[in-house]
Design a protein around this ligand. Structure first.
Ligand SMILES: Cc1ncc(C[n+]2csc(CCOP(=O)(O)OP(=O)(O)O)c2C)c(N)n1
Ligand SMILES: [Mg+2]
Length: 317
């Protein structure tokens, strides 16, 4: 697997950005949010999304580093591709990545005249945009409560889906190595085994995991292991009744929704494989359920029944 740790940091990449003549005012919200969100890696590629960049400028200022040309959401944007290790998809060598980084580093650094006040204001705007007001119970509310209740050195492992995007943007990490995700390959089913392994390695630290209802259906059997080893690591199922990320993708492309509805979630059972379970249908329920799970001293499941529509304004892929 590609070692993403050798990639330049988000700060380094940001230094490549010249936002002076950026025309964010004329940019539609969707494009702006997507740009703000993504300085990261996916599928052995580095995509440098430039904050504040008008769509017409993308071809000039974006570069994709990959083992093959990748698709962008915007078909009319022709993004230059720096290919590495062609023919060896998924096993790009460290040397090839070093080469790509050297090429990126050779791009002259552009001046960035953002003041720290502007950066702070931008972050505040971003945080607000991630938390649109809704009457129903939505993922960002559960995540804020979880962040508040999990200690700074607590570890959160999360799965793959719409919730991944929300967590990756919203979660505040106070300590290194406290947020575990599968980035790049992004296989559903990662969260529970990852959390249980973290609990085995750090039995004295709080460990929790977040998984979607689709991912939970794939890996619920892992709970038998948590029961057998008595792993006190609450499993939080964000139960929205959908393969939420697939739903968002289809919506964004104006496709009819197909094959993405999991059905109205049934009421929570008392336990899964002997692991006690509680439902949470409101933020207050969720707060009480997490306190209950923390006090148990053994494994638990919290099924948070959230509104899938909460993801539509905040998740782009
Ligand atoms: C093993 C596997 N199968 C399919 C996918 C494609 N995929 C990514 S997210 C997703 C839906 C996840 O649904 P859910 O677990 O309910 O999470 P939500 O999106 O609702 O937060 C799918 C099918 C994948 N990443 N991994
Ligand atoms: Mg779901």
């Amino acid at each position: 697997m590609t070692d993403v740790n050798c990639l330049p940091s988000a700060d380094d990449l940001s230094r490549l950005v010249d936002s002076k003549d950026a025309d964010t005012a004329t940019m539609d919200e969707e494009t702006r949010m997507a740009l703000v969100k993504k300085i990261g890696t996916k599928n052995a590629s580095i995509k440098v999304w430039i904050d504040g960049l008008p769509r017409c400028e993308m071809s000039r200022r974006l570069v994709s580093v990959d083992v093959r040309p990748t698709g962008f959401c915007w078909d009319d944007v022709d993004v230059p591709v720096l290919e590495i290790a062609s023919g060896a998809v998924g096993v790009a060598s460290a040397a090839a990545i070093d080469c790509a980084i050297a090429a990126l580093s050779a791009i002259p650094a552009a001046a960035n005249d953002w003041s720290s006040d502007q950066v702070r204001a931008h972050r505040a705007d971003f945080d607000r945009a991630l938390r649109p007001r809704r009457e129903s119970f939505v993922a960002h509310q559960a995540l804020d409560i979880l962040r508040e209740m999990l200690p700074a050195d607590g570890i959160l492992a999360y799965d793959v889906g719409a919730h991944t995007h929300q967590i990756a943007s919203q979660w505040r990490t106070d300590r290194p190595r406290t947020l575990l995700a599968t980035n790049g390959w992004s296989s559903m089913g990662y969260a529970m085994p990852s959390a249980f392994a973290a609990k085995l390695v750090h039995p004295d630290r709080a460990v929790a995991c977040v998984v979607g209802d689709g991912g939970f259906q794939m890996t619920a059997g892992e709970l038998a292991l948590a029961r057998r080893l008595n792993l006190a690591s609450p499993v939080i199922v964000l139960n929205d009744g959908w393969l939420g990320l697939m739903k968002v993708k289809q919506e964004k492309r104006s496709y009819p929704l197909s094959g993405v509805r999991l059905g109205a979630p049934p009421e929570s059972p008392a336990h899964y494989f002997g692991v006690p379970c509680r439902a949470a249908k409101t933020p207050d329920d969720f707060r009480r359920a997490f306190a209950w799970a923390t006090a148990l001293g053994g494994p638990s499941v919290i099924e948070a029944f959230i509104d899938a529509d909460g993801y539509s304004p905040t998740v782009f892929d």
